[in-house]
Design a protein around this ligand. Structure first.
Ligand code: F6P
Length: 537
C-alpha cells in the first residue's frame, strides 16, 4: 500500500530543498571532493554518474523515501509475478518473462507462460537459422536476400533501433529494411530495388489490425503477386508476428509461418518477443540470446537490489527530481555512438506512450507533472545543431549522455575524440564559464563577454558502458524500461495502456471515408476546409 502521509511529507521536504539548492552553484557542490564517488553507481557493465545533477545526500534520501512510500518494492514484485497490473486493459505485464533465461515458472491465469515463450523462441531459432543458411527458398527457388519488417510503433521502433545498434554483430549478406509509415513512399523507396523473388516480409503487428501496417502489408502482397502471379507465393514470402492468429490467416499467411506473442507483452516492450525476429535473423540466435541474458541481468538487479544501489530506481528518481521539483519538463538522450542513433526515437515511444498520462490510478486528474518530453540525437552531431540552446537557452534540458569505453571499429583516435566530446559537454553544462572568466581569458569587450558567458548548473547523467555488445545492449534497454516503470509508480499512473492514441485513429477513419466518397462534411470549418482542399473542391 502507498503511504500517502510519508509520501506527502517527503514531497513537501523536496519542494523546499529545490528552492534552496537552486541558489547553490554546481561549482560549490563539487568543492566536496567525494561528490562524484558519492553519486555514482555501477552494476554489471553499466556505471551511472549522476553527480552533475543539482542534488545532495538529503535530497537523495527523500527521493528514496518517495519510492518506498509509493510501495515500489511490492509493485515491482507484482509485475514480475504476472499480476494483472495493467488494470484498464485487464492484462499482466510480463515483458520480463520473455527474457527469463533462468526459466523459473511464471503463472498467468494458472498457466506457466514460460512453456509457450520457450516454444516460440525455439521456432524463431529454427526459422532464423533456415533463412541465414539460405535453406529458406522463395517461391521460385531463389535464396532470400532481403528481409523487410512491416510494422509501426513498438512493432517497428524496437527492431529497427536494435538492428542498427547491433549491426557490428550482424549478417552482412542480408539486406534489412523497416517499413512503418503509411506513406507509400516508405514502401516504394525501400523495396523497389529488391527482387521480389528474393524478398521475405515479416508483418509485425500485435493486433494485426493497425491501419498503417495492414496498408503496407497489402502493398507488399500486391508487389509479390504482381511478380509471381500465384497466391501460393504468399507462403514463401510472408511471415507474421502477432497475437491475432485469426486475422493473420485471413490475410493468407501460412499458419506455420506465424510467430506468436501474447497480450501480456505491451507493443513498446516487445523487442524481446518474436517482434525481434528480424533482429534475430540479423545477429543470429546466439547473439539474440546474449541480449536476452543482458536484459535478464538488469531485470534481476531491478527486482533484487536495494533502491540506493538500483540503477533504474536511481535514474527514475533523478528524472523525477528534475521534472517535478526543478521544473525541467524535458529530457535529451544523447548517445555518443552512431550505432545508437535510433535509440532516442525508440525511447520516445517507450517513455512518452507509457507516462504521458494525466489521470491517476484513482481516476482523478493528476496534481503533479507526469512524463517528460523526450528527444535526442547522437553526439557529436547535436553539438553542431541544438546544443546552443542546451548551453545558453532559457529552457533547462537535463541530459543523459551515453558512452562506451571500447570502440568497435578499431579507430581509437576517433573514439578518443568522441568520448572526449561527451565528457567535455557534461563538464561545460555543469560548470559553465563566468563573465569574469571570459573577460580574463577571451575578450576585454564586456558586451561580447556577456554573449560568451555560460551560466552552467545544467544537469546531466553520464551512463558509461564497457562496450556495445548484445548483452550490454540488453542491459541498457532494460534499464530504461524499468526507469519508466518506477516513475509511473511514483506518479501513481498506469504506464501500460495508451488510450491517448485512439481518438486520432477514429477521426482518421471517418475522414478517410469522406475523402474517398461524396459525403456531407460536418466537422469544424478548419477540418472541412482541409478535406475540401485535398479533394481540390
Ligand atoms: O497506436 C499505438 C500502438 O498501439 C502502439 O502502442 C503499438 O506499438 C503500435 O500501435 C502498433 O500496434 P500493433 O503492433 O498492434 O500493430
Amino acid at each position: 500500500m502507498r503511504d500517502e502521509k510519508i509520501f506527502k511529507d517527503n514531497w513537501s521536504f523536496l519542494e523546499k530543498e529545490a528552492q534552496k539548492i537552486k541558489k547553490i552553484s554546481m561549482r560549490d557542490l563539487f568543492l566536496d571532493k567525494s561528490r562524484a564517488n558519492d553519486f555514482t553507481q555501477s552494476f554489471s557493465d553499466i556505471t551511472i554518474d549522476y553527480s552533475m545533477n543539482r542534488i545532495n545526500k538529503d535530497i537523495m534520501k527523500a527521493l528514496f523515501n518517495l519510492a518506498e512510500s509509493s510501495d515500489l518494492k511490492n509493485e515491482i514484485k507484482k509485475m514480475f509475478s504476472g499480476e494483472k497490473i495493467n488494470i484498464t486493459e485487464s492484462r499482466a505485464v510480463l515483458h520480463t518473462a520473455l527474457r527469463n533465461v533462468s526459466n523459473n515458472p511464471i503463472y498467468v491465469d494458472g498457466k506457466d507462460v514460460m512453456t509457450e515463450i520457450n516454444q516460440v523462441l525455439e521456432k524463431m531459432k529454427n526459422l532464423s537459422n533456415k533463412i541465414i543458411k539460405g535453406e529458406w527458398k522463395g517461391f521460385t527457388g531463389k535464396k532470400i536476400k532481403n528481409i523487410v519488417n512491416i510494422g509501426i510503433g513498438g512493432s517497428d521502433l524496437g527492431p529497427k533501433m536494435a538492428q542498427l545498434a547491433l549491426k557490428k554483430y550482424s549478417n552482412r549478406d542480408l539486406n534489412f529494411r523497416f517499413i512503418s509509415n503509411v506513406d507509400e513512399t516508405n514502401f516504394y523507396e525501400d523495396v523497389k530495388f529488391f527482387d521480389p523473388e528474393e524478398t521475405l516480409f515479416i508483418i509485425s503487428s500485435k493486433t494485426f489490425t493497425t491501419e498503417e501496417t495492414m496498408a503496407n502489408a497489402n502493398l507488399a502482397k500486391k508487389w509479390i503477386l504482381a511478380s509471381m502471379k500465384d497466391i501460393e507465393s504468399i507462403k514463401k514470402h510472408f511471415i507474421a508476428v502477432s497475437t491475432n492468429a485469426g486475422e493473420v490467416k485471413k490475410f493468407g499467411i501460412d499458419p506455420d509461418n506465424i510467430l506468436e506473442f501474447w497480450d501480456f507483452v505491451g507493443g513498446r516492450y516487445s523487442l524481446t518477443s518474436a517482434i525481434g525476429f528480424s533482429l534475430m535473423i540479423s545477429i543470429g540466435y546466439d547473439n539474440f540470446y546474449e541480449m536476452l541474458k543482458g536484459y535478464h541481468e538488469m531485470d534481476m538487479h531491478f527486482l533484487n537490489a536495494d533502491f540506493s544501489e538500483n540503477l533504474p530506481v536511481i535514474l527514475a528518481l533523478i528524472g523525477i527530481w528534475n521534472n517535478n521539483f526543478l521544473g525541467y519538463n524535458n529530457i535529451a538522450i544523447l548517445p555518443y555512438d552512431e550505432y545508437l542513433s535510433r535509440f532516442p526515437a525508440y525511447l520516445q515511444q517507450l517513455d512518452m506512450e507509457s507516462n504521458g498520462k494525466s489521470i491517476d490510478k484513482n481516476g482523478d486528474k493528476v496534481k503533479l507533472e507526469t512524463g517528460p518530453i523526450l528527444w535526442g540525437e547522437p553526439g557529436t552531431n547535436g553539438q553542431h545543431a541544438f546544443y546552443q540552446l542546451i548551453h545558453q537557452g532559457t529552457k533547462i534540458v537535463p541530459v543523459d549522455f551515453i558512452g562506451f569505453r571500447k570502440d568497435l571499429n578499431g579507430e581509437k583516435d576517433s573514439h578518443d575524440r568522441l568520448i572526449s566530446n561527451m565528457f567535455a559537454q557534461a563538464e561545460a553544462l555543469c560548470f559553465g564559464k563566468t563573465f569574469e572568466e571570459v573577460l580574463e581569458t577571451e575578450t576585454k569587450d564586456e558586451f561580447l563577454a556577456k554573449h560568451k558567458t555560460f551560466e552552467g548548473n545544467r544537469p546531466s547523467n553520464k551512463i558509461l558502458i564497457t562496450e556495445l555488445s548484445p548483452k550490454t545492449f540488453g542491459e541498457l534497454v532494460a534499464l530504461y524500461e524499468h526507469k519508466i516503470f518506477v516513475q509511473g509508480i511514483i506518479w501513481n499512473i498506469f504506464s501500460f495502456d495508451q488510450w491517448g492514441v485512439q481518438l486520432g485513429k477514429v477521426c482518421a477513419k471517418k475522414i478517410l471515408k469522406e475523402i474517398q466518397n461524396s459525403l456531407e462534411l460536418n466537422h469544424d470549418s478548419s477540418t472541412n476546409n482541409a478535406i475540401k482542399w485535398y479533394k481540390n473542391i
